[in-house]
Design a protein around this ligand. Structure first.
Ligand SMILES: [Zn+2]
Length: 72
């Protein structure tokens, strides 16, 4: 079995760990309507708005219906 000739130095070990532990958080923008974090150039998953226009109204309707059902 081939074995490593020398033990890696703590510097090399720590450099490797620091490079591998970096978490890449995807770019997020704020929704112009509700202010939630969303992916740029995509419809807001919370309110369904894009470019301050309502694109997906189903989610809001479902929420509104569920609210009215709970109330009534
Ligand atoms: Zn939104």
């Amino acid at each position: 079995m081939p074995n490593p000739k020398r033990k890696h130095t703590p510097h090399r070990r720590d450099c490797r760990r620091s490079a591998n532990s970096k978490l890449n958080i995807p770019n997020t923008g704020k929704c112009s309507n509700c202010g939630a974090a969303k992916m740029p150039h995509r419809v807001c998953p919370v309110c369904g708005f894009y470019n301050s226009k309502l694109i997906i109204a189903k989610k809001i309707k479902k929420v509104a219906q569920s609210n009215t059902e709970q109330e009534g």
